[in-house]
Design a protein around this ligand. Structure first.
Ligand code: PLP
Length: 397
């Protein structure tokens, strides 16, 4: 018998991948499945980005790059950060990683160990909790409430901090809720964090460009008072429809005052993945510096679909849905249907041909909700809503 360490038994999953696999299997059997389960844009990576990667390969960029990423790519991230936040960071703070998730991994293993607490949003991206448990640290959920527009509450977050808290994970715009936390709330949180100078913050801002109705994303980078303990996770996956390229970046404190976090993540990269493949890093530069028309087009499409989804969901028996202000997810409240969320999601997939994710896959507080991703065509979304309506009208819980 092989004796692997117990930490691996504590690793969780991202159920969206399991739903995708089941949806694909049902489709392979000839079933007509509409996938509203998956968290990736249904758009192609813009052509000029693909061309930049091809050119990089043709130009001979086949080798290792620095573990932190090519200087040119890090400089592109500096420009992008300035445009988005008005904050000037140094390339010495920028780390290029194979996707957004590796930043989560790095930050959580850097701070997590038995006896300490790490706070994370619930409902929230499932990998936060999974990785916290992997390290042996105690996961402390920050409740994300519908009545608060699925924003996090500064007061509630601050009240959960104890002498054992090492890291707080925040996410806005948020997966799975589409919630965007207003600036006033973040101001309040940062003010309160002054009383906890030894607590680090990881702000997952991967959906930063994806806000609607004039709602503004507020980056935690805007607060110089926490910069020496702030990690900002971002990446190319969502904004430029590049999920499969595995391209992410993050901004870390550098130097002794910032706990040498940047050097620690650099060393982790050297040990784990060496670097991100070179052609993707050239594609990443083209994404940032090239025309943003495709991003704007995608966002207009998401905005239209968002309206259709919210209207359609509110028309379903027992379902209510607040209007999400960000990302490309709706998180309707299904408690009025009488169904348990995961059961409803699986019944919808098996019997109505609509793939959705049950709220509990994002945390205990996700019960009573399902996540619907509107990364699908308007036509498919309308068909899915019709099927959901027929299902709910005909099937008792
Ligand atoms: N953070 C959030 C909130 C996400 O929703 C996702 C992907 O779904 C990620 C990070 C991970 O992104 P990537 O695919 O680049 O690893």
């Amino acid at each position: 018998m092989l004796h692997t360490v117990a930490a691996f038994d504590r690793l969780g999953e991202e159920n969206a991948f399991a739903v995708l696999a089941r949806a694909t299997a049902l489709a392979a059997q000839g079933k007509d499945i509409i996938n509203l389960g998956i968290g990736q844009p249904d758009f192609k990576t813009p052509a000029h980005i693909v061309e930049a990667a091809i050119k990089a390969l043709r130009d001979g960029h086949h080798g290792y790059t620095p573990a932190t990423g090519l200087l040119q790519t890090r400089e592109a991230v500096v420009r992008r950060t300035l445009t988005m936040t008005g904050v000037e960071v140094s390339p010495e703070n920028v780390m290029i990683l194979p996707g957004g998730k590796p930043t989560m991994y790095a930050a959580i293993v850097m701070f997590g160990e038995p006896g300490v607490e790490i706070m994370y949003p619930d409902p929230g991206f499932p990998i936060y909790r999974s990785m916290i448990e992997f390290t042996g640290a105690t996961p402390v959920p920050i409740p994300i409430r519908e009545e608060n527009g699925f924003a996090f509450s500064a007061e509630e977050t601050l009240a959960l901090i104890t002498p054992n808290t090492r890291l707080i994970i925040l996410n806005s715009p948020a997966n799975p809720t589409g919630g965007v936390t207003p600036k006033a709330e973040i101001d309040k949180l940062v003010k309160g964090l002054e009383n906890h100078p030894d607590v680090a913050i990881m702000s997952d801002e991967i959906y930063d460009v994806m806000t609607y109705d004039g709602e503004q994303h507020t980056s935690l980078l805007k607060y110089p008072e926490i910069r020496n303990r702030l990690i900002v996770l971002n990446g190319w996956s969502k904004t430029w429809a590049m999920t499969g390229w595995r391209m992410g970046w993050s901004i870390w404190p550098n130097g002794e005052q910032g706990g040498n976090l940047y050097d620690k993540v650099r060393k982790l990269a050297v040990n784990c993945w060496s670097c991100v493949n070179a052609p993707s890093q050239f594609a990443g530069i083209a994404a940032i510096d090239g025309p943003q028309d495709d991003v704007e087009k995608m966002m207009r499409a998401f905005d239209n679909r968002r309206k259709i989804v919210v209207e359609g969901l509110n028309d379903l028996p027992g379902v209510s849905c607040i209007t999400p202000k960000g990302a490309f997810y709706a998180f309707p409240n299904i408690s009025g249907t009488g169904w348990k969320a995961k059961k409803l999601a699986s019944e919808m997939l098996e019997n109505a041909g609509v793939a959705l994710i049950g709220g509990p896959d994002f945390g205990i507080l996700g019960e009573g909700y399902i996540r619907l991703s509107y990364a699908n065509s308007e036509e498919n979304i309308l068909r899915a809503l019709e099927r959901m309506k027929a299902f709910l009208q005909n099937q008792a819980a």
